[in-house]
Design a protein around this ligand. Structure first.
Ligand code: ATP
Ligand code: MG
Ligand code: MG
Length: 351
């Protein structure tokens, strides 16, 4: 069968590998870290850094198509891989979403709402940005942030110096603080032929900057769900995207604002494993392999809950609940803040 190459061997790569195997594909994981969670289920694993040209060449030679589970793939590695095999989602999606400034500018140019923002490279920039945007605001590193890392609150202009120090000299962006009612996300897919399928928006609750739960259906009016899905479709089309995309949104009295986009399967889409016939992982594999997309329709109400750190100790108890599907990532060490698994609990038929 065909082989799908996956850059990154974390839990997303692992669940992509499971979905690929179910559709008859082999997977080859490329991951610098030792003992990647995806290694347990993939056909093949290469443990090598992203500057190892020989390893990248051999990896590309062994696969038919390349995808990834994270957006921070080093540029030189991408240049090399791209010259050897097709990569989906493509370069434009990666370049846009790797940098919060590029991302927000792209969204604004598409006519979508975002928090007000300004680039910050110096104390002068920050003073000017605070002048324009006001407080409260959030200073974020432009690149490499996840799970709320690389962010500092600016409650008043007095916080400016400390917030800038938190960036450790990295290029940053100041965002106005959005007074949202709830957070939702749309997980949507676009196939090689341009067809689009979206999952129902989920309602997200974060704890300590990390996603805690996603609930479907989200408690928002039907018209807003349609807005969210159409907006995701516009992003997919603008990027000529192939694969699954996650769009994080703030619900405000003025409508939807886009927080960020992720060019990959997304933690807030894990509920689809239990709520849909084709989940986000299958949908992504279908798209990158050039298959028709599956049906994104939802058949059940579901709550997804992340198992973070010591939450893993609850598994014996969770295993007694027949309505709960358990997904563990096979990570040996339960460090605080580390995503160890998740559970999808069916709360009823689709409402
Ligand atoms: P992820 O793990 O989702 O990639 P991240 O580190 O990229 O997270 P963001 O999604 O930008 O960070 O922010 C994390 C959370 O902080 C958001 O889900 C939201 O709850 C809150 N937040 C971020 N930006 C804003 C904002 N401008 N206004 C209000 N709240 C915000
Ligand atoms: Mg993010
Ligand atoms: Mg986020």
């Amino acid at each position: 069968g065909a082989t799908i190459g996956i850059l990154g061997g974390g839990q997303l790569g692992r669940m992509l590998s499971v979905a690929a195997a179910r559709l008859g594909f082999l997977t080859h994981i490329y991951e610098p870290g030792a003992e990647p969670p995806a290694g347990h289920v993939a056909h093949r694993v290469t443990t090598a850094s992203y500057d190892d040209e020989a390893a990248l060449n051999a990896f590309a030679a062994s696969v038919d198509v390349i995808t990834y589970e994270f957006e921070n793939i080093p540029t030189a590695a991408l240049d090399l891989l791209e010259s050897l095999k097709p990569i989906h989602p493509g370069r434009q999606a990666l370049a846009t979403s790797q940098d919060r400034l590029t991302e927000k500018t792209f969204l604004q140019d598409l006519g979508l709402g975002t928090a007000p923002f300004a680039a910050v490279d110096s104390a002068e920039d920050l003073a000017k940005a605070i002048d324009e945007i006001g407080t409260p605001a959030i200073l974020k590193t432009r690149r490499f942030g996840y799970d709320g890392k690389g962010q500092a609150r600016v409650r008043s202009p007095d916080d400016a110096e400390a917030a800038l120090a938190d960036m450790n000299g990295a290029p940053a962006i100041l965002e106005g603080f959005v007074d949202f009612s709830i957070e939702i996300s749309v997980i949507a897919a676009r196939g090689a032929n341009g067809e689009v399928a979206a999952f129902d928006p989920g309602e997200n609750v974060h704890k300590d900057g990390i996603l805690d739960t996603t609930t479907v259906p989200a408690r928002i009016p039907a018209a807003l769900k349609t807005d969210a899905i159409l907006l995701a479709g516009r992003i997919l089309n603008a990027l000529d995207y192939v694969g699954v995309l996650g769009v994080e949104l703030f619900v405000t009295p003025q409508g939807l604002l886009v927080n960020e986009i992720a060019p990959r399967v997304h933690n807030s889409g894990h509920w689809t494993q239990t709520g849909c016939v084709s989940d986000q992982f299958e949908q992504h594999i279908r798209a990158v392999a050039g298959w028709p997309l599956g049906d994104g329709g939802r058949h059940s109400d579901v709550v997804m809950e992340n198992l973070i750190g010591d939450d893993i100790l609850r598994v014996p108890e969770l295993a007694r609940d027949a309505a709960t599907a358990i997904h563990l990532y096979g990570k040996a060490e339960a460090r605080p803040g580390r995503k160890m698994g998740h559970v999808n609990r069916i709360t009823g038929p689709k409402s």
